[in-house]
Design a protein around this ligand. Structure first.
Ligand code: PLP
Length: 399
């Protein structure tokens, strides 16, 4: 008898599968707008200059000791300032329990495990649609999932009325997963005014907001502006949870640098919560990796490197915003009868184009353009060199 004969191959990850298919295509025209990783205008992966400089400064002096279970204290401190604000009173009052996490994914998972362990009867409300991995994360943590309305297919914008209804109709004291900015996959964010209303309604309903902030700085080009939703909730006196990632905004994808934080009632509670988060991490991976954390703390802890980073993150955001305009203009030039306003209204790495799975299949088969079947275009893969080709192909399959 075979030990593992009953093991069937796992379903392919819908996002990573796109890259595999792209790599296997020999066509010289091929375009990958599937994966959510930044590319420069020639389609090449980018390492930021601030990261290179931080590495030069670290080189030779870094030891390879274990970090504490909760990760790098300096990196956590800098992360909290970035998310909660430089002068946030909760940081000074030590009310925030925070640990370094395995990037945004690891931060979400740690929170989900914490939620299961200490509020075993709770559920999580997740927006429709969302980053597919959110479902996997809370499923594997065995937290029951509910969904809430978010996207309005007709307007390709926010279904604000539906969203507010679902917040009101959820049982008091529910957990909600919110994308802090640059919602993935839709690129649709609430306005500041809408965030204020959402925050107010959360207060009325005593809901707990958990912010997944995978794109701080990447949406508008300014990390402060992209933290606005969180700051509004803080002003309104919520206790929040927050998952931070440096994958996109510092281009540290493979370094797995992130932070999980939970705002508590007081310092004593924060100490207890942090110790429990560490206890969850211990049998999973013991302690987090050191190199990425050191890059982050070196950059954010040095005024000169930080200002270089701010310039570079703005550069990435601006290139994407520029490509949105170019894609829209190209479609209009081709005489597309459809409205493409949403391309420039949406924000962040992705454009939720509204194309059907069948149209996406045609893009791939006839034009060697690779993207997820939900019609999500990674704007980071669009360049001056391929935007006209992409626009033409989109026009051909949608006219
Ligand atoms: N959350 C959202 C919404 C994302 O889009 C991503 C990455 O695509 C992540 C979290 C986590 O990414 P990472 O684990 O690489 O930080």
């Amino acid at each position: 008898a075979s030990w593992f004969g009953h093991v069937e191959p796992a379903a392919k990850d819908p996002i990573l599968g796109v890259t595999e298919a792209f790599l296997a295509d020999p066509s010289p025209d091929k375009v990958n707008v599937g994966v959510g990783a930044y590319r420069d205008d020639s389609g090449k992966p980018v390492v930021l200059e601030c990261v290179r400089e931080a590495e030069r400064r670290i080189a030779g002096s870094m030891n390879m000791e274990y970090l504490p279970m909760g990760g790098s204290i300096k990196m956590i401190e800098e992360s909290l300032k970035l998310a909660y604000g430089e002068n946030c009173e909760f940081i000074k009052d030590k009310r925030i329990a925070a640990v370094q996490a395995l990037s945004g994914t690891g931060a979400c998972r740690l929170f989900a495990d914490f939620q299961k362990r200490f509020l075993p009867d709770s559920q999580i409300y997740i927006p429709t649609p969302t980053w597919a991995n959110h479902h996997n994360i809370w499923r594997d943590a065995q937290v029951p999932q509910k969904t809430f309305t978010y996207y309005h297919p007709e307007s390709r914008g926010l279904d604000f009325a539906g969203l507010m209804d679902d917040i009101k109709n959820a049982p008091d004291g529910s957990f909600f997963l919110l994308h802090a900015c640059a919602h993935n996959p839709t690129g649709v964010d609430p306005s500041e005014e809408q965030w204020r209303e959402i925050s107010h309604q959360f207060k009325v309903k005593k809901h707990f907001p958990f912010f997944d902030m995978a794109y701080q700085g990447f949406a508008s080009g300014d990390p402060e502006r992209d933290a606005k939703a969180i700051r509004i909730f803080l002003e309104d006196g919520h206790q929040i949870g927050c998952a931070q990632s440096y994958a996109k905004n510092m281009g540290l994808y493979g370094q797995r640098a992130g932070c999980l934080s939970i705002l508590c009632d007081d310092e004593m509670q924060a100490v207890a919560v942090k110790s429990q988060l560490q206890q969850i991490a211990r049998p999973l991976y013991s302690n987090p990796p050191v190199h990425g954390a050191l890059i982050v703390s070196t950059i954010l802890g040095d005024p000169e490197l930080k200002s270089l980073w701010l310039k570079e993150v703005k550069g990435m955001a601006d290139r994407i915003i520029g490509m949105r305009t170019a894609l829209k203009e190209n479609l209009e030039k081709l005489g597309s009868p459809m409205s493409w306003e949403h391309i420039t209204n949406q924000i962040g790495m992705f454009c939720y184009s509204g194309m059907t799975p069948e149209q996406v299949d045609r893009l791939t088969k006839e034009f060697h353009i690779y993207m997820t079947r939900n019609g999500r275009i990674s704007m980071a893969g669009v360049t001056t060199g391929n935007v006209a080709y992409l626009a033409n192909a989109i026009h051909e399959v949608t006219k």
